[in-house]
Design a protein around this ligand. Structure first.
Ligand code: A3P
Length: 296
């Protein structure tokens, strides 16, 4: 019921200068002291960039194909979410990871400055996935609607403004994508674009496999591309979040596997909003060599 929804929604509060929902970093110390291992692979992104897509791709590559584990264990368990607190569905990310046998796959949305230093010390491989700002905005809005345990997004207009000013969970999209871009050559980081995978999934899966030091047969690559296609992941209970209780995520409001397109922002931003967005974008992205495509 609406009342229940209101009760459950957390608010944002600043952690290290970044707005975070209280469902994250409830135990900041525990996260900062997390002990990474050198064979951990970390998938990092700003929310809604295609994180779960990349997780599925990387997990398949590491296991050498679409194994029984991939087919029978929800992705939420195969790649624990480092900074999430315990819930009615799962123990905390840190607890899950500590109980998990190596090699581990770790999911995180943390900005560069908040990543536990053990990942740097152990030289862990990191796959960063980025997606254009406007599609992320739309996806993040609908996600907030369905994700009952996320802060209330308010109206579309309110969310639009909050997103532009970085007043949303995990902070500013601009800061996130550019700071990860800036350090990509100083560490073993593969920076991948959502739009590139949409355009040429075979090439991008091969690129990720090369980064992970895996050589895969052509038919295994095809099998992975097929298994991780939008239509397959949409109907697969191990990847579509249907294992989440409705009290945490109401898929009737908006599916997790919602659209999976490049350019859906055109159906949601008004002309005025788009102009305002572009203006801000130009300023915020003036100094970076990072270039994202918001249409193909
Ligand atoms: P949309 O809301 O635009 O559909 P994250 O995993 O970071 O939360 O990102 C979720 C977004 O990635 C959603 O975007 C979802 O549909 C999209 N996505 C997930 N799997 C995908 C796939 N196999 N192909 C294309 N898009 C995918």
């Amino acid at each position: 019921s609406g009342c229940y929804l209101k009760m459950k929604r957390p608010s944002l509060h600043m952690v290290d200068g970044v707005p975070m929902a209280s469902t994250f970093l409830e135990t900041t110390g525990k996260i900062q002291n997390f002990q990474a291992k050198s064979d951990d692979v970390l998938i990092v992104s700003y929310p809604k960039a295609g994180t779960m897509w990349m997780i599925e791709i990387v997990d398949c590559i590491r296991r050498g194909g679409v194994t029984k584990e991939i087919q029978t264990v929800p992705n939420l368990r195969r790649a624990p979410f480092l900074e999430i607190a315990a819930s009615e569905l799962l123990p905390s990310g840190v607890d899950l990871l500590e109980a998990m046998p190596s090699p581990r796959l770790v999911k995180s949305h943390l900005p560069v400055k908040m990543l536990p230093r053990s990942f740097w010390d152990n030289n862990c491989k990191i796959v960063y996935i980025a997606r254009n700002a406007k599609d992320v905005l739309v996806s993040y809005y609908f996600f907030h609607k369905s994700r009952v345990a996320a802060p209330d997004p308010g109206t579309w207009e309110e969310f639009f403004e909050n997103y532009l000013s970085g007043n949303v969970g995990f902070g500013s999209w601009f800061d996130h994508v550019t700071t990860w871009w800036d350090i990509r050559e100083k560490h073993p980081i593969l920076y991948v674009f959502y739009e590139d995978i949409i355009q040429d999934p075979v090439r991008e899966v091969q690129r990720v496999a090369r980064f992970l030091g895996k050589t895969l047969e052509k038919d295994v690559i095809s099998e992975i591309v097929e298994h991780t296609s939008f239509n397959k992941m949409k109907d697969n209970p191990m990847t579509n979040h249907s294992t989440m209780p409705p009290s945490m995520m109401n898929l009737q409001i908006s599916r997790f596997m919602r659209k999976g397109k490049v350019g859906d922002w055109k159906n949601h931003l008004t002309v005025a909003q788009n102009e305002r967005f572009e203006e801000e974008y130009k300023q915020r992205m003036a100094k970076t060599s990072l270039h994202l495509r918001d249409e193909l």
